[in-house]
Ligand binder design. Structure first.
Ligand code: SF4
Length: 140
């Protein structure tokens, strides 16, 4: 996982709360600690999205089940659509992501937003959602 963000959108507090950007935090140790304390969970809810292979390694691959129930992965934050290349979308499609939440932070990103939605569908991601900022005119 990563922590923080390299961008500084004017409406966002991430850089205030997490001023230092940390490029990699291992997931396996984190999950082992949680499993030991609370027992294994059916679903994986994440606040980050840079860890697909680790997610598969800990049992959240496409078609995975726990106690006969399908497992899902939810990146609870909106994924930055400016970083969603075809290669990355294909990688995301390797896990049972439900839903794929895409951040639609500015109307100027509309064309890119439409493009990544189509790309997600093309890569086989069926469940989509998005965060949309609604702010007073001239806020940004
Ligand atoms: S809105 Fe998203 S991209 Fe912008 S600073 Fe916050 S976390 Fe980073």
């Amino acid at each position: 996982m990563t922590r923080g963000c390299t961008r500084r959108c004017p409406f966002c507090v991430v850089y205030v709360i997490e001023p230092e950007y940390i490029k990699y935090i291992p997931l396996k140790q984190q999950i082992a600690k949680v499993n030991e304390k609370y027992g294994e969970k059916k679903d994986l809810l994440l606040l980050d999205n840079n860890i697909i292979d680790e997610i598969k390694d800990i049992g959240f691959h496409n078609g995975a089940k726990l106690n006969d129930r399908k497992r899902h992965v939810d990146f609870n934050q909106g994924i930055d659509l400016r970083l969603l290349t075809k290669g990355r979308m294909k990688k995301l499609a390797e896990i049972p992501v439900k839903p794929l939440r895409i951040a639609f932070d500015r109307y100027g990103l509309k064309d890119s937003y439409v493009k990544v939605i189509r790309l997600a569908a093309e890569c086989g991601i069926k469940y989509l959602s998005n965060y949309m900022m609604i702010l007073p005119k001239n806020f940004i």
